[in-house]
Write a protein that binds this ligand. Sequence first.
Ligand SMILES: [Zn+2]
Length: 266
Amino acid sequence: MRFPATCPRCHHTVQADYTDSGIHDLRCEQCSGAFTVYLRKHKFEMLFDLGTRALMDGYAREAVSSFAASLERFFEFYTRASALEQAAQHGEDFEVAHARLEKTWKLITAQSERQLGAFAMQYLQRQGQPPDFLTPQTLGSEFRNRVIHRGYLPPRQEVEAYAARTFALIDRLLTELGDVASHAQLEQELIYARHMAQQGDEVIAVFEEHPGMFRVRRFGSRLPPKQQANKALPATHTNDAISFQAALRERGELLGQVFKSAGMDV
Ligand SMILES: [Zn+2]
């Protein structure tokens, strides 16, 4: 999966492969200058956008695995942001808190059930409410497993419904997180800063933000600050299908442009 990057020296377009880390060390084919593109986007956003793009292009089955992976990575995002928020409240140094979190995450990284457990407890602690959406029904686990593990070929409407449900859940939790999401963003910035520090002066750093389905809702929300405080929102604050379709209308075209200009060669 690729995206077009512009050389900061001569403006030549270079095709770059999306990396897992968001760090793209590139060399321009025209002027031979080195540059690094740092993509300010989280894994869950990337995966959800890939799923949306696959759905738009008619790859309904492939879309399901991207949406499912996006939700898992979002739970990680929430857990990290929440843990870092607590560390900040205790006056801990951010780098120390990040290092501790990394060590802890290593212990649960290979087991998604452990991660889900960590998320559930963080949610309870932060919101003061049980994460009652963690049921197989709400998460669409049965559908997901049929598609991913049993080779079920779902019709588009079923995938859209699954996408809408996943979208609504992430959207709701992002709203509940509010500005706290920036703690997880800061982690990414820290990793980028470390990479930058290792590079020579000749390498130009380029920071990019690509449009996506969740872009608008990150780092603060439409809610006034008072409502952003630790209060769980009712599960019904958005209609799944309507909010997903609205986001698709608003942002789908931009999303299409980002992916299309490099070809959807997944
Ligand atoms: Zn160049």
